[in-house]
Ligand binder design. Structure first.
Ligand code: ATP
Ligand code: MG
Length: 334
């Protein structure tokens, strides 16, 4: 059976981008004849500084968001990365397979390291080797992600192929990215050239899954747009990134095509479209926000669920890690 793996960093509160590009699809992939393994990747989050108390809360909040969005810990394995030590161990093994030059080419490293990249953490540079470890420690065959993670997934494939080649084995699968739908790259509400991100310093740039109805409506009202009416074809929005983004968000929330959304709003301006989008966003997100709050009211239960998920993940990961050690000539401990 296909095995699906994916993760989200607890590097901030989860956003509409994380929901449409990741969580909503994670839930939909459950029970479709695939094994689904979903992870809160705290070891990735600490590649940039995180306040410990806030991080601890964010990990539990992320778990609540997964479940509120429909990830069912009985159907999927849901756990927190640092609680399964195989991720860190496998990442070290991959640090010896991956090449330094591959890492410097990653656009996420360039974006997050900024101008003074010499001062970035070594972990931020090695991030894709840890991501390859997350995926390949489960020999996952498919990984649902947003468009921004495409380059990292290609690197995961390169690491798997180089490992298999260097050691003359067919140990690791060449994982397929699943980048599907109209919301694979939700853009910032303030800047149509940047993706919406939970770590963006501007709160107005994103919709958080914890935002209330008023905050959602206000952020959509203030979202950057233009003064043109909406056309009838999405192709006609190619030079209007902010407008295209809002139409795509509408389509993704409504499970419609952008074309059918435009068929309804053709000729209308944002004075009409934005309130309709706000209403749809509130209707779609408020049940999730409410369920998140319910889960977060019981942190001990979240910890119990994550503990159980970690034990199940460990049972899958350890034998694969041990076989990897055997292939490399390392002595295994058990
Ligand atoms: P950060 O700013 O800390 O990197 P992020 O919002 O980019 O946070 P990640 O934890 O890096 O979120 O990514 C989790 C998943 O969400 C990945 O699959 C990623 O591709 C997806 N994702 C992130 N942002 C978007 C977006 N704007 N549109 C669609 N998918 C997204
Ligand atoms: Mg990111």
């Amino acid at each position: 059976t296909p095995r699906i793996f994916s993760g989200i960093q607890p590097s901030g509160g989860l956003t509409l981008g994380n929901y449409l590009g990741a969580l909503k699809r994670f839930a939909a992939l459950q029970g479709a004849g695939a094994e689904t393994i979903y992870c809160i990747v705290d070891l990735h989050a600490i590649t940039v500084w995180q306040q410990p108390e806030i991080l601890r809360a964010r990990i539990r909040e992320a778990a609540a968001a997964f479940m509120a969005a429909g990830v069912d810990p009985a159907q999927s394995i849901l756990f927190n990365q640092s609680q399964v030590s195989a991720h860190a161990e496998m990442a070290w093994l991959f640090n010896t397979v991956a090449r330094v030059g591959w890492m410097y080419r990653m656009t996420q490293f360039k974006d997050k390291a900024g101008k003074n990249s010499e001062n970035a953490s070594l972990g931020l540079l090695a991030y894709p080797a840890l991501m390859a470890a997350d995926i390949l420690t489960y020999q996952a065959t498919a990984v649902p992600v947003g468009e921004d993670q495409k380059q990292h997934l290609e690197l995961t494939r390169d690491i798997a192929a180089k490992f298999n080649h260097d050691y003359g084995v067919t140990h690791f699968p060449i994982t397929e990215p699943l980048i599907e739908g109209v919301a694979t790259r939700v853009m910032s509400l303030r800047d149509g050239s940047r993706k919406m991100s939970k770590s963006d310093p501007s709160d107005a740039s994103r919709i958080n899954l914890t935002d209330d109805a008023d905050a959602i409506a206000q952020k959509i009202r203030k979202a950057r747009t233009d003064a043109e009416p909406l056309p009838d074809r999405i192709e006609d929005l190619k030079d209007r990134p902010e407008a295209r983004n809002l139409v795509n968000i509408y389509a993704a929330l409504a499970d419609e095509t952008p074309g059918s959304v435009l068929a309804r709003f053709e000729g209308q301006g944002f004075g009409a479209f934005k309130p309709a989008l706000a209403e749809l966003a509130v209707a779609s997100l408020s049940p999730i926000t409410r369920k998140m709050a319910e889960y977060m009211a019981d942190p001990a239960e979240i910890d119990r669920i994550l503990g159980e998920g970690a034990a199940r993940a460990d049972a899958v990961a350890q034998p694969i890690l041990n076989r990897t050690k055997d292939v490399m000539g390392l002595l295994r401990s058990k």
